[in-house]
Design a protein. Structure first.
Length: 361
């Protein structure tokens, strides 16, 4: 198994953990429609069983929908190596076959009629630390494959650095003599143990890592991830999926008796982006900052307008007017809206007109 594949497996487990903070549940082999496979989990499609890297369920199903299942695939490539179209093309093929796996329901009316009904509402998301090619993005958008990237989320950078820092010297003897299927399953099992009980997990000779490698993963990957206590998924403008992260959960007091909060959007040199509430100082208990990685198509518009503050403000007005966010707020799972505050934007434009502005948006 290549180092890139090992890094991808580790990233998938990190993503699954962050999904659990939002309210998703990791599906284990053997649950309805799944079985143990050579490389872990397999899901039944219309024509064949498919090996799935990871599968998560969202059990709080809205009305008029079948239970949601999310297929998760993660890629941790070297910087400057975006995910190619073949990854999204494969995701589309697997998703189509699995989504068309129907079960037969026999009518109780006595007519003996049979009805074909889908089991679940399947979706697919690909997570990347190095972005996507334009072809991969266009293909994914056309076929409703969600693409999430982390390359410009400052909070996630130490984790990416440590993932890319894994070398052959970090891998133990056990991993060199195991089959690919065993490596995948055992890696996931070892990382999940760290995530569940980091304080009491110690290195043993059965580990897939050397003692040095175990410390590298524990201290450089798992520990920084556990410091991310705010994990939320959102849809920007109703069409751009984003993963928003914060060291702290969203404060419940900010959303008391309301589901919409006016915000400002910060973007620093197009590499650090975040939402924060307007008119709330940083020391205030109602304050928050959610970091995100801007979708590539919007980034292109931002970069084209960087030298023109008016044009940049227009891009923000058109592309960041609202963000619907789902996740745990206080002790309740909620969906809220972060809305770009028009008064804040107008005040910014007024400062631009008088030459008294800081390049903070």
């Amino acid at each position: 198994m290549s180092l890139s594949s090992i890094r991808g497996i580790l990233l998938e487990e990190l993503v699954l953990y962050l999904l659990t903070l939002v309210g998703y549940r990791i599906i284990k082999p053997g649950e309805e429609g799944t079985k143990p496979g050579h490389s872990g989990l397999e899901v039944r499609g219309r024509g064949e069983w498919h090996q799935i890297d990871a599968l998560a369920a969202f059990d709080r199903t809205p009305a008029f929908m079948y239970p949601l299942r999310l297929m998760v695939e993660a890629k941790c490539y070297a910087r400057g190596t975006p995910v190619q179209i073949n990854v999204t093309r494969n995701a589309v093929g697997v998703l189509k076959d699995i989504a068309e796996n129907y079960f037969t329901y026999r009518s109780q009316s006595g007519s003996g009629d049979e009805i074909q009904i889908p089991r679940f509402n399947y979706h697919s998301a690909v997570f990347s630390t190095s972005g996507y090619t334009s072809g991969a993005q266009r293909y994914a958008i056309a076929h409703q494959i969600f693409l999430i990237q982390y390359q410009r989320i400052h909070l996630f950078q130490p984790i990416i650095d440590s993932l890319l820092g894994i070398t052959a010297l970090h891998l133990g003897v056990a991993i060199q003599h195991s089959g690919v299927a065993n490596i995948s399953s055992n890696l996931r099992r070892e990382i999940r143990r760290m995530l569940e009980n980091i304080e009491n997990v110690t290195w043993t000779e059965e580990s897939l890592f050397t003692e040095e490698g175990f410390a590298h993963v524990r201290n450089g990957i798992v520990t920084p991830l556990l410091r991310i206590r705010g994990s939320y998924f959102g849809m920007l403008q109703g069409k751009w999926p984003m993963h928003l992260l914060s060291p702290f959960p969203l404060p419940a007091i900010t959303f008391e008796e309301r589901d919409e909060v006016p915000c400002r959007v910060y973007g620093r040199d197009s590499d650090r982006w975040s939402f924060s509430p307007v008119n709330v100082p940083e020391k205030d208990p109602r304050w928050f900052r959610l970091e995100f990685d801007i979708p590539e198509e919007i980034l292109g518009l931002v970069q084209a307008a960087r030298s023109d503050p008016h044009a940049l403000a227009h891009v923000k007005q058109q592309q960041f007017s609202y963000l619907d966010v789902a996740g745990r707020i206080g002790s309740v799972y909620r969906q809220v809206r972060l809305r770009l505050d028009e008064e804040w934007l107008e005040a910014y434009l007024a400062r631009v007109r008088t030459g008294r502005y800081r390049r903070i948006i």
